[in-house]
Write a protein that binds this ligand. Structure first.
Ligand SMILES: Cc1ncc(COP(=O)(O)O)c(C=O)c1O
Length: 1011
C-alpha cells in the first residue's frame, strides 16, 4: 500500500477508508493522490471512481476550508455551463467534519464528487481546439465567481499574482542568467503595478494549472470540462485566472504565444476582457511563472523530498525564457487580436488618417516622374517567376524586369504587400510551431523595382530613427527608418535595399522634411541576390526592433502583422497595387461544390491548395512545404527541371498527332522497349492508365475472340466503361452496381487478412482463378484475359503470394486467355529490385499497361505487347488517337526514362524503400496497431488493425490527417480503409524517410492511437 508522508505523519489508504466509512457511511477503496496541502484520496465504490476524500493538514484553518466549500456550493448553482465537484455532506449533514488522527491531531475532512475525465497535462496532443475550450471553461468559471465573496478570499497569498513582488527577496536563489530573467519581469510588473492595481477584481480559482484541469474522455476531440482544487482561490485581479491558465497551457509548446492567444480567445468568448486588462496579460503570465520558479527554488531547500512541489519547475523555466524572448508589444497586440480588438491600438487612427491624405509615388521617386505602377506577381504561385530554378537565376530575373519595364516606361514596377513568396520558403525562414514547421513567407512591404542610384525622397516629414548597413548573414544593403508623428499617434516608414553609402551617411535623430532626399537605391550585390529595388514598409510600432524590423511574417501571425504593418499603398491608393487575395481554400471548395462533378473527392478533413512542386515536396499557396508520400505520378520528382524543360522546348516547336513523322515517338518507343524482355516489342501510346487498359482489353478480345475477363477482388483498372466493369473496387464499392456478366472476380490474394493467410497460399489463390475459368468454360466460353497489378494498390498494397502469378498465368493461357500486367501504379523502377512489377514474379505478360509515372504528371500512357497480339489487333481498322504519342508527350516521357537512368532512381527506390520498410517494421514492433508492413521498393503499405485483426479505419484516417498537419501527405486505401499507402516520387531520400518515421512515431504516441 502506498503511503503519503507529511512532516513524518502518515495517512494511509486504510485509514482514509475507515474515515470514509465512519463519517459518511460510504464503503470504498481509497487511492492516494498527489497534493501540496491536503491528503487527497480517490474513492472507488463498486468499481467506479465516485469521490475525492480530502483530509487536511493538522494546522488547517477552518475558515479557509469553509471558504472553499461555500465557493463550490456557489458554483454548483451557477447559470454558466460549468462542471464543478459537488460537496457531499457527512452523516450529520456537515460540509466539513472534524476528526482526530492517530496522533491525536485535529484534521478536517471533506468529501467531494469525483469528476471523471483526464488531467490536461496528460492529454496528447494539446491542440488549439482543446486550448480554446480551456479558455472558455476558465472564462465561465471567472464569470460565475464574479458575484461571490468570502472574508477568507481577502487573505494575503503567495500565489496571488497581485502580490508576486515578494519574489524579489529570493532573487539570490537563482544563478546569474536566471536571475536576469526573473528580475526583468519583476521590474516590468513593478512599473505597471499602479495601473494593474486598478483592474477589475473578483474571487478567482487562481490555480488553473495543467494538473487541475479536467478534460473529457473523448480521445479524438477532447474538451476541457472542469477545474478542480479550489484551495488557492483568492480575491484578486480577475484577469489573473486567464494569466494562470495561459502560463500552464503554453508549457511544452513550441510556440507559447500562439497557444496562449487561443486560450485568451476562448476566455474572452465566455467573459469579456477589456483593453486595459489585456495590456497586463504579458507581465501577469510572466509573474505567475516567476512565483512558480521561486517557490520551486525555496521548496528545494525547505522540502527537498516533496517532488510534487517541483513538478512544474522545468517547463516553467522553459516557457519563461521563451516568453522573455518575445516582444511585450507583439504579445499585447496578439492578445488584443485574439480578443477581437484591432491588434494595434492605433490601426483605426492610421486608416482614418490615410484615407484623408493622399500621396503620389512621384513624391517618393521624383526623378522618375511617374504616378502609376504596374504590379508584378512574385507569390508562391507566380507564373511570371516560373520554375524554381528560374528565379534562383539573378540574371534571368533582372532581364525579365528590364524587359517588362521597357513595355511600360511610364510606370514603376512594384508590388508585394501580403504576398506569400516562394523565395522565403527556405529553411532559413522556418520555425517549429505548435503544428510542425512554419515558414515566414508573407511579405509586409511593397517592393519598387527601379534602377540602382534612383533617389528616394520623403513623402512626409519625419525623423530618422535608424540609418544603417543592414548586413546580416546575407547582404540587404542600406536601411533607413523614419518616424512620423501625426497628432495623437505616430508611425514609421522603412526604406530597405538602399545603397549602403547613401544610407549610412545619414544619422539617427536627423529631421527630414517632406520632399527631401533620403538616400539612393542600392546595387547588386550589396543589396542581396535580387535585382535592385526599394523595400518600402510602414509600421505602427517598432516592437523591440532597433533596425532589423521583419519584412516578412508567418502566416499564423499574419492578422497581427497586418495591423502593425499597414498597406503602404494606403498612402498612394493605386488601383494597380491593390493586393489581390488569391482564392481562399473555402472559395475554391465552394465553387467546386457548385460547378464540378460531385463524385470528385478532396483529400483530408481540411483540404489543401497546392501551387508548386519541388522534388518530393508539394508547396501550398503560403509556401508551406508538404512531404509527398502519395504521388507516384510525379515519379522523378515534382516539376523535375529537365522534364519541365523537355516539355516546354517541344511545346515551343510543334505538337501534332502521329499521322506525321516525328522522331520523338520513335525515340520514346525505342527507349521504353529497351526496358522490356524481347517478347514485348510493340507499343501504342495513349493518354491515361484507363485508356491503356481499355486498349489492352480490346486487344485481348480481338486476339482471343472472347469477352470474359478474370480480375481480382478490390482491383481497380480505370474509369472508362470497360475498365469499371472489371474493377471490383468500383462495382463492388459505394454506388457500384455489382459484377457484370463477363467479369469473373477471384478473391483478393491477401496473405495477411484474406481468404487464405500465410506464405504458402499461392496454390489456394490460384485455384480460385481456376475455379473462375471453370465457370467461364462451363458456359462454353473462354477467358479473353487475366488482369492484375503486380502489387494490388487499391486493395491496400497487397503483395501477391510467391508463385501465384506463375500458376495463374499458366491456367489462363491454358484456357486460351492473355495475361495483362497493369503497371499503371507500380512501373518504371518503383519496385527497386526490378524495373517492372511483373519481373518480381518471374513471368512475362502478353500485354503491359503503363500510366501514371511515364509523364511525371503529364498525361501519357502506353500499352506494350507481343508482336502476335499487336498484329492480330491490327485487323484493318485504323487505330487513331488524337493526343496519344504526340511530340510533347513523347519528349516528356523520354526525359522521364532518361532521368530514372541518369539519377539512378531505381536503385534509390530499392535502397530508400528497404530502409523505410525496415524502419516501419521496427515501428510496428513498438506500436502493435501497425499490424502489417508490406510492399516493395517505394510502394509500401501499413495496415492498421486491433489485436483481433479488426480494421481501424478511424485511426488510419486520424493518422493521415495528423501527418498532414505536420506537413506529411499520406493516402489511405484498402477495402476497409485501414491501409496507409506510401508511394512517393522515387527521388524520396533517406532523410525524407527518417522525417516520415519520426512523425509517424510522434503521432502513434497520441491518445487516439492508443486503444
Ligand atoms: C492500377 C491502375 N490502373 C489504371 C488506373 C487508371 O489510370 P488513369 O487514372 O490514368 O486513367 C489506375 C488509376 O489510379 C490504377 O491505379
Amino acid at each position: 500500500m502506498r503511503e503519503f508522508a507529511y512532516n513524518e505523519i502518515l495517512i494511509k489508504s486504510d485509514l482514509a477508508e475507515k474515515i470514509l466509512a465512519d463519517q459518511y457511511q460510504i464503503h470504498g477503496k481509497a487511492t492516494p493522490l498527489p497534493g501540496e496541502i491536503d491528503f487527497n484520496f480517490k474513492i472507488n465504490v463498486k468499481g467506479v471512481d465516485r469521490y475525492i476524500l480530502k483530509i487536511s493538514r493538522p494546522d488547517a484553518v477552518f475558515e479557509e476550508l469553509e471558504f472553499q466549500q461555500n465557493l463550490l456550493e456557489h458554483l454548483g448553482h451557477s447559470k454558466e455551463t460549468i462542471i464543478v465537484p459537488k460537496v457531499i455532506k457527512d452523516k450529520s449533514g456537515l460540509l466539513i467534519t472534524e476528526i482526530k488522527d492517530q496522533f491525536d491531531r485535529k484534521r478536517f475532512i471533506r468529501l467531494l464528487s469525483w469528476i471523471p475525465g483526464r488531467i490536461y497535462s496528460r492529454v496528447n496532443p494539446q491542440l488549439d481546439t482543446l486550448r480554446l475550450s480551456l479558455g472558455k471553461t476558465c472564462g465561465s468559471l471567472s464569470k460565475s465567481l464574479l458575484g461571490f465573496d468570502h472574508p477568507h478570499a481577502h487573505r494575503k497569498f503567495d500565489w496571488d499574482i497581485a502580490r508576486s513582488l515578494w519574489t524579489k527577496q529570493y532573487i539570490h536563489l537563482f544563478d546569474d542568467e536566471n536571475a536576469l530573467i526573473v528580475n526583468y519581469f519583476q521590474d516590468l510588473f513593478a512599473r505597471s503595478k499602479p495601473r494593474y492595481d486598478q483592474l477589475r477584481k473578483s474571487v478567482v480559482h487562481n490555480d488553473g494549472n495543467d494538473n487541475n484541469i479536467i478534460v473529457s474522455s473523448n480521445l479524438k476531440y477532447p474538451e476541457v470540462i472542469a477545474s478542480i482544487d479550489y484551495g488557492d482561490a483568492v480575491f484578486t485581479q480577475t484577469i489573473n485566472d486567464l494569466a494562470i491558465c495561459c502560463a500552464y497551457g503554453m508549457m511544452n509548446q513550441n510556440d507559447p504565444l500562439s497557444a496562449a492567444s487561443v486560450i485568451a480567445e476562448g476566455y474572452h468568448q465566455s467573459l469579456n476582457i477589456d483593453e486595459e486588462e489585456i495590456a497586463h496579460l504579458y507581465s501577469a503570465i510572466a509573474m505567475r511563472l516567476v512565483i512558480s520558479v521561486t517557490k520551486s527554488a525555496i521548496n528545494k531547500i525547505e522540502e527537498p523530498d516533496n517532488i510534487y512541489l517541483q513538478i512544474s519547475e522545468k517547463p516553467a523555466w522553459e516557457v519563461l525564457k521563451k516568453w522573455k524572448e518575445l516582444s511585450e508589444d507583439f504579445v499585447h497586440f496578439s492578445f488584443r487580436y485574439a480578443c477581437v480588438f484591432t491588434a494595434h491600438p492605433n490601426q483605426n487612427h492610421f486608416i482614418k488618417w490615410a484615407s484623408e491624405n493622399e500621396f503620389s509615388i512621384s513624391q517618393l521617386f521624383p526623378s522618375r516622374n511617374c504616378s502609376e505602377c504596374l504590379a508584378i506577381d512574385l507569390s508562391v504561385s507566380s507564373k511570371w517567376l516560373g520554375h524554381l530554378s528560374d528565379f534562383a537565376d539573378f540574371d534571368l530575373f533582372q532581364f525579365k524586369i528590364n524587359r517588362l519595364q521597357k513595355t511600360v516606361p511610364e510606370k514603376i514596377i512594384a508590388g508585394g504587400y501580403l504576398e506569400p513568396r516562394m523565395v522565403y520558403a527556405t529553411d532559413a525562414y522556418e520555425k517549429l510551431g505548435n503544428k510542425g514547421k512554419e515558414s515566414r513567407t508573407v511579405h509586409l512591404g511593397i517592393d519598387f523595382w527601379l534602377p540602382p542610384k534612383t533617389p528616394v525622397h520623403a513623402v512626409l516629414d519625419g525623423e530618422i530613427v535608424a540609418a544603417v548597413n543592414d548586413a546580416g548573414d546575407k547582404e540587404y544593403g542600406g536601411l533607413i527608418i523614419l518616424k512620423h508623428q501625426i497628432n495623437e499617434f505616430c508611425f514609421f516608414s522603412l526604406y530597405g535595399h538602399l545603397s549602403v553609402k547613401s544610407a549610412t551617411s545619414r544619422k539617427a535623430g536627423e529631421r527630414i522634411k517632406q520632399g527631401e532626399l533620403i538616400a539612393y537605391i542600392g546595387d547588386f550585390p550589396e543589396n542581396g541576390n535580387w535585382p535592385p529595388h526599394l523595400h518600402f514598409e510602414l509600421m505602427l510600432s517598432m516592437l523591440d526592433y532597433k533596425v532589423d524590423f521583419p519584412g516578412v511574417a508567418y502566416k499564423n501571425e499574419l492578422e497581427v502583422w497586418k495591423s502593425i504593418c499597414p498597406d503602404p499603398n494606403s498612402l498612394f491608393k493605386l488601383v494597380a497595387l491593390k493586393h489581390d487575395h488569391q482564392n481562399t481554400n473555402d472559395q475554391l471548395v465552394c465553387y467546386r461544390k457548385n460547378h464540378l462533378g460531385k463524385g470528385m473527392s478532396l483529400s483530408y478533413d481540411e483540404p489543401i491548395q497546392m501551387v508548386r512542386g519541388m522534388g518530393a515536396y508539394l508547396i501550398d499557396q503560403f509556401g508551406k512545404k508538404y512531404l509527398d508520400t502519395v504521388n507516384n505520378v510525379a515519379h522523378v520528382g515534382h516539376e523535375h527541371p529537365m522534364v519541365v524543360k523537355a516539355g516546354q522546348e517541344q511545346m515551343a516547336l510543334i505538337n501534332t498527332n502521329t499521322r506525321y513523322l516525328h522522331e520523338s515517338i520513335n525515340i520514346l518507343a525505342q527507349e521504353l522497349l529497351e526496358t522490356f524482355p524481347p517478347e514485348l516489342c510493340v507499343v501504342h501510346f495513349v493518354n491515361s492508365g484507363s485508356e491503356a487498359n481499355e486498349l489492352a482489353l480490346r486487344m485481348a478480345k480481338a486476339f482471343t475472340g472472347q469477352k470474359d475477363i478474370l480480375a481480382s477482388e478490390v482491383g481497380y483498372h480505370g474509369n472508362t466503361n470497360a475498365c469499371v466493369e472489371i474493377s471490383s473496387y468500383k462495382f463492388d464499392g459505394k454506388g457500384g452496381s455489382g459484377c457484370p456478366d463477363h467479369t469473373h472476380i477471384f478473391p483478393l490474394p491477401d496473405t495477411f487478412r484474406g481468404k487464405y493467410r500465410g506464405n504458402n497460399t499461392a496454390f489456394d489463390y490460384a485455384q480460385e482463378v481456376q475455379d473462375q475459368i471453370d465457370l467461364i468454360q462451363k458456359k462454353e466460353r473462354g477467358p479473353a484475359a487475366f488482369i492484375i497489378e503486380p502489387i494490388i494498390s487499391c486493395g491496400g498494397q497487397i503483395e501477391l503470394p510467391e508463385g501465384f502469378l506463375t500458376k495463374a498465368y499458366a491456367m489462363t493461357r491454358k484456357a486460351g486467355g492473355l495475361c495483362i500486367s497493369d503497371e499503371v501504379q507500380v512501373g518504371c523502377g518503383r519496385m527497386g529490385k526490378t524495373f517492372w512489377g511483373f519481373e518480381l514474379h518471374g513471368v512475362v505478360p502478353d500485354i503491359v499497361t503503363i500510366g501514371k509515372p511515364l509523364g511525371n504528371g503529364h498525361p501519357i500512357a502506353a500499352v506494350v505487347c507481343t508482336r502476335e497480339v499487336a498484329d492480330k489487333f491490327a485487323s484493318g481498322m485504323e487505330y487513331f488517337n488524337t493526343f496519344g504519342g504526340n511530340p510533347v508527350s513523347c519528349a516528356i516521357a523520354t526525359e522521364v526514362l532518361r532521368t530514372i537512368k541518369r539519377e539512378g532512381l531505381q536503385n534509390n527506390a530499392l535502397a530508400v524503400g528497404d530502409f523505410l520498410k525496415e524502419n516501419l517494421k521496427e515501428l510496428a514492433g513498438e506500436f502493435p496497431i501497425l499490424a502489417d508492413v508490406r510492399g516493395q521498393g517505394l510502394f509500401l503499405g501499413i495496415e492498421l488493425t486491433d489485436a483481433h485483426l479488426r480494421p481501424l479505419a478511424d485511426q488510419t484516417s486520424y493518422l493521415a490527417n495528423r501527418m498532414k498537419d505536420f506537413g506529411i501527405l499520406m493516402s489511405i486505401d484498402g477495402p476497409d480503409n485501414n491501409v496507409l499507402k506510401i508511394k512517393p516520387p522515387i527521388v524520396f531520400s533517406q532523410e525524407n524517410a527518417i522525417e516520415l518515421i519520426d512523425h509517424l512515431k510522434m503521432i502513434l504516441n497520441e491518445d487516439y492511437m492508443n486503444l
